[in-house]
Design a protein around this ligand. Structure first.
Ligand code: ADP
Ligand code: MG
Length: 657
């Protein structure tokens, strides 16, 4: 039912509520308080001027009421607390006068004015508070709505239906109170214990539903997958032809992908592997398998630099094969030709940025979509494919390992392959933490690398000087580096404000070793592969999250050369030290997660799927695990077929695929 239908809510309020995204009665009653104030009786012997106080006592005299105008009255009386007598003034409660006789037990809440021994009350209750604390719900107030108003509107809803999504047997198993009571308790808590119980029920329901959808998707998404006939021998030959031997984990990934692709089930797989673990070549093999079965592939990278790098590498790997690969980014000149060729199946594999999925692009028979550095894109770009009316197999690559808590929800409906081992011969990057005052040591270490003709990344949080914060910036560092090393080598600068042509020019110079020191902001962060770079120096590194720093560190150590990461910071030594002790991306991201919470840890905007009204993935992890197991069991025992949930699930699945 729409909120328009609630008696006593005017059209202006309705408009305001709608701005809060509250459109129905259900929305309103599930607009939960964001915190509770526990109100206890004030200690009367210990109150100060301007304190908000709550006292109880008895009415001392017959109140007097003044009518200031038709809409406003003012009532005065005295309250006797046994040890003190206070004057009380309260507005618009004149109607209580008849009930407020001398001797009536009352509780008064308001602000204390010491000089006049006066309480200006905002609330008055005709009962004693005694020692039971009152718990007051506080709502986020926005769009001209105060918390009190929201409370009032919610209290106006007397009759409503709620759908309880928790199956009966689980309600019994956990001895849950019914949903309607739980919701009531949320808005009008009767005690802290009851509130806690109510919150658990509601959180559980949200998480149960969510996990149910995820599990359902996982079980039922094998609709309309492509079936392929691929000669495994050809794949093996291709792998044998690679310039290196695949690691065991890479091989396992390839097998997982092969099995997905030849099965009828639609592939929805995530390959997780630390920076430098060699995900790219795995994706190239997937493209090859897809090509053998006669379908087009699309490989999407988050930046143009990365797309170009993939384009160059794939052409090397496919050298002996007659596979037509093209590059499509924002700055591609002959776009029209590429669109035509894609539509006419003259291109086997297209590599690019999100330009790959703009409206102009029509595929002839797209069979495989790969997203590299998936965490950069947000959770669900599948919908853009759906809009194109195609259901290709999907492979995600991610170098940011998702902590288990998060993986469960974020990637709950995907299959996951992990690359845990690094290619042979890699040495662990040595990470050092230095203060700004130790810059000499840093420069000496840089010089050692430069002498061996190795290259260095230097990272600063800002592009140019800022009068707001005192942080190292790219321009300033360029000067400093030139001062120190202009006799030995060339430096170059890269940052987000440069045009992509300028960026490419610099990047290419760095790749070709025409520049030895690349001074950059974090635009360099993703995927870039320059094997001869053996050192990365990150100024003011406390400005970055651990996962981001770990990514940056992954720019070096990409060959058998010993590499170094130097973190410069005068602050947050303890946090940064985590990086000096581990190079395991999983550990780093767990730590990051613990320190920063789920907020926007991975730069992932919360999608509709991920927004909970009351549950919190991190805090409610235990409930989440229960919900996960219970939802699986529920699906497996087949009961859902007859349940309310079934319809919801089907809808959900259709929206997602
Ligand atoms: P990431 O997983 O970070 O995307 P890349 O795919 O860019 O890593 O691989 C890093 C480097 O390691 C690349 O230069 C790649 O050619 C190389 N590489 C990948 N697999 C192997 C392997 N099995 N043996 C040796 N080098 C490899
Ligand atoms: Mg990569």
């Amino acid at each position: 039912m729409d909120i328009e239908n609630i008696k006593g809510i005017g059209s202006k309020t309705v408009a305001n509520l709608k701005k809060l995204n509250i459109n129905t009665i259900e929305d309103l009653i599930t607009y939960y308080p964001f915190r509770y104030d526990v109100i206890k009786r004030s200690d009367i012997n210990n109150i100060n001027d301007n304190d908000n106080i709550i006292i109880d006592g008895i009415c001392e005299n017959i109140p007097s009421v003044f009518y200031i105008n038709r809409k406003l009255d003012k009532m005065n009386f005295r309250i006797n607390t046994n040890s003190f007598i206070f004057n009380v003034v309260i507005y618009n409660r004149g109607f209580l006068k008849s009930k407020l006789k001398p001797g009536t037990e009352i509780t008064v809440m308001g602000k204390y004015d010491k000089k006049h021994n006066l309480i200006t009350a905002y609330n008055l209750e005709l009962s004693l508070l005694n020692n039971t604390p009152r718990i007051e719900a506080v709502y986020h107030s926005t769009y001209g709505l105060t918390s009190k108003q929201i409370e009032k509107y919610i209290s106006k809803i007397k009759d409503y239906e709620v759908t309880n999504y928790i199956p009966d047997y689980l309600m019994k198993k956990y001895d849950f109170i019914d949903k309607k009571s739980a919701i009531k308790e949320m808005h009008n808590p009767t005690s802290l214990e009851n509130l806690k119980i109510a919150r658990i029920v509601l959180k559980y329901e949200e998480l149960f539903l969510f996990m149910l959808k995820m599990n359902y998707l996982k079980m039922h998404k094998n609709v309309k997958g492509l079936q392929r006939n691929v000669d495994k021998k050809l794949v093996d030959e291709f792998i044998n032809d690679l310039p290196f031997t695949l690691t065991t984990d890479q091989m396992q990934c390839v097998n997982d992908i092969y099995n997905d692709l030849v099965s009828e089930k639609r592939m929805n797989r995530l390959v997780q592997g630390d920076v430098g673990s060699g995900k790219t070549v795995v994706s190239f093999i997937a493209i090859y398998i897809n090509y053998l079965s006669g379908y087009q592939s699309a490989l999407m990278a988050p930046t143009e630099i990365l797309a170009e790098q993939h384009f160059i590498n794939i052409n090397k790997i496919f050298e002996k094969h007659n596979i037509k690969v093209e590059l499509l980014t924002g700055k591609t000149k002959n776009k029209k030709k590429i669109y035509e060729d894609l539509e006419n199946n003259k291109i086997d594999c297209i590599i690019g940025t999100h330009a790959l999925f703009t409206d102009n692009v029509k595929y002839n028979n797209l069979g495989l979509v790969i997203t590299d550095e998936q965490h950069r894109f947000g959770v669900n770009q599948r919908s853009s494919l759906k809009n194109k009316g195609i259901t290709p197999d999907i492979l995600y690559m991610s170098a940011t390992p998702i902590p288990r808590t998060y993986a469960l929800t974020l990637y709950g409906d995907m299959d996951v392959s992990n690359i845990k081992t690094m290619p042979n011969g890699r040495k662990e990057v040595i990470t050092l933490l230095r203060k700004n005052s130790e810059i000499k040591d840093v420069l000496t270490r840089m010089y050692e690398e430069l002498k061996q003709n190795h290259q260095i990344y230097v990272i600063a949080p800002l592009i140019e000087e800022s009068d707001k914060i005192n942080l190292e910036n790219v321009n300033n560092l360029e000067e400093k580096m030139n001062q120190a090393f202009s006799k030995v080598c060339k430096t170059g600068v890269l940052h987000g404000k440069m045009s992509s042509t300028e960026k490419d020019e610099i990047m290419n110079k760095f790749k070709n070793n025409e520049i030895s020191i690349l001074i950059s902001t974090t635009v360099i962060e993703v995927g870039v592969d320059v094997k001869n770079a053996t050192m990365i120096v990150i100024f003011d590194s406390y400005r970055f999250g651990l996962s981001a720093l770990h990514q940056l560190r992954g720019r070096v150590g990409r060959s058998s050369l010993q590499s170094y990461c130097i973190l410069i910071s005068d602050r947050e030594k303890e946090r940064l030290n985590i990086l000096t002790t581990t190079s395991d991306g999983f550990k780093v991201s767990e730590e990051d997660f613990l320190l920063r919470g789920s907020g926007d840890l991975f730069g992932i905007k919360q999608s509709g799927d991920m927004s909970f009204k009351i549950a919190d993935l991190k805090k409610d992890y235990k409930i989440l695990l229960k919900a996960k197991d219970d939802s699986l069991e529920f699906l497996e025992n087949g009961e859902y077929e007859n349940s309310l949930l079934h319809k919801e699930l089907i809808e959900k699945v259709n929206n997602l695929s």
